[in-house]
Design a protein around this ligand. Structure first.
Ligand SMILES: Nc1ncnc2c1ncn2[C@@H]1O[C@H](COP(=O)(O)OP(=O)(O)O)[C@@H](O)[C@H]1O
Ligand SMILES: [Mg+2]
Length: 255
């Protein structure tokens, strides 16, 4: 059975997609088979793994909306060995609206991740959109673990309570297996007092596990998606690549 991990935070630009791509890169580098599922209509994950959206014929919108559509029919192999992607396209936004009036609407993704997918991959990573809407809820219902990237900047912890409330509700009503794997500090700049203070606050005042791994501000992390590769392939000896290898070790250790 695959380990299914959602990457969620309703704030945009906190490093969800970056964490998804690069954690996948570090896991795949170890010979693990990884599927990345793009649940954001902006399709940054799909593009960041080197897929040309113009060539995508069937996407998550099909897998979620059509009862007979199978995940395996939409999956594309990427140029990074070991990583496949279930791509998103713009029409995922209207899929979310259509799902709203569907019975079992919270379970569409969980059902799409069928026995074939569970058996075919070691890790299935779900990149959630920057909302607490139905697509994110589908991601959390389908997952057994959630990683929450948090920017080590002002107001970063604001809004976390709302996300935690949703996670608690999902755990009690829809998915008992959901576990918060941890908060992942991102965009860290050790030169700023604010960054260090935010990190301390996360570690000291929170109820949630915080990963030891800290993802620093790194220009290369912004460049790698343009090359359509995880940082582990794009700049294999960089500190950022090593950060994600360390994160992969922590995630594997969590089981
Ligand atoms: N640690 C980092 N250092 C520098 N740039 C980053 C870092 N993490 C992400 N980025 C860049 O910041 C932008 C937002 O990150 P992204 O992962 O897309 O956030 P989200 O998916 O939460 O909206 C992207 O352009 C990404 O390449
Ligand atoms: Mg994103």
């Amino acid at each position: 059975m695959a380990n299914v991990i959602a990457i969620a935070n309703q704030k945009g630009g906190v490093g969800k997609t970056t964490a998804t791509i690069n954690l996948a890169g570090a896991l795949a580098e170890q010979g693990l088979r990884v599927l990345c599922i793009d649940m954001d209509a902006q399709a940054n994950l799909t593009v960041g793994l080197g897929i040309n959206l113009a060539t995508v014929e069937r996407a998550m919108s099909n897998a979620l909306a059509e009862p007979r559509a199978r995940l395996r029919d939409i999956i594309i192999t990427t140029k990074t060995p070991g990583i496949d992607v279930a791509p998103a396209t713009l029409d995922l936004a209207s899929t979310e609206v259509d799902l709203l009036s569907t019975i079992g609407r919270e379970y569409a993704l969980a059902e799409a991740i069928d026995d074939w997918a569970q058996g075919h991959y070691d890790y299935i990573m779900i990149d959630c959109p920057p909302t607490l809407g139905l697509l994110t809820i589908n991601g959390l219902v389908a997952a057994n673990g959630v990683i929450i990237p948090v920017q080590t900047q002002y107001y970063a912890l604001k809004g976390l309570a709302a996300l935690m409330k949703v996670i608690t509700t999902i755990r009690s009503k829809l998915n008992r297996n959901l576990r918060v794997l941890g908060l992942l500090p991102t965009f860290y700049d050790p030169r700023t007092v604010l960054g260090r203070e935010m990190l301390d606050e996360m570690r000291e005042n929170g109820d949630n596990h915080v990963f030891d791994t800290i993802i620093r501000n790194a220009i290369k992390l912004g460049e790698a998606p343009l090359a359509g590769q995880p940082i582990t392939a794009y700049a294999t000896a960089s500190e950022a690549a090593n950060n994600f290898r360390e994160l992969a070790r922590e995630v594997i250790a969590l089981g």
